[in-house]
Design a protein around this ligand. Sequence first.
Ligand SMILES: [Zn+2]
Length: 159
Amino acid sequence: MKTLNLFVVTWSLASFCALSFTICVIYGLLTPHSLHMHEFLEMVLPAYEWGSFPLFFVGLVESFLYGAYAGLVYVPIYNFFLKKWDPESNHTQYREEKGFRTTAKTEMDRVCGMWIETEAAKGTSFYKDETYYFCTEECKAKFDQNPDYYMVGVEGRKP
Ligand SMILES: [Zn+2]
């Protein structure tokens, strides 16, 4: 899940509201009085009055601002809960807190089970068409002595 872009959402919602308002007014002009929505529009848009052409623009600006308001308030709330509950973004946050560059590739050190950035690895070994990364020279040395032993996950390993 990606966080929402405040600018994009705010503009979209504001345009959506302004367009909806325009559609409502056009709808009002085309339909008989009993089907009109202008009472509702007058209620939610202060200073707007049905039938006055200059006030149409007041209503248009007001609906635009309504949408902008929704975007400005909604986006930070959405992003707040996304950070809180979305496991993927938590993972990214975790990496950032640990000082990993988010673009950096991480691999598990097969010997001690620690996650390390491949660029920062103190040693690497090439074994059966794969490169393995290690946090220290010692981990690399252990691996090189008995690579097959370390092919098994840390938990499944027998001493
Ligand atoms: Zn290690």
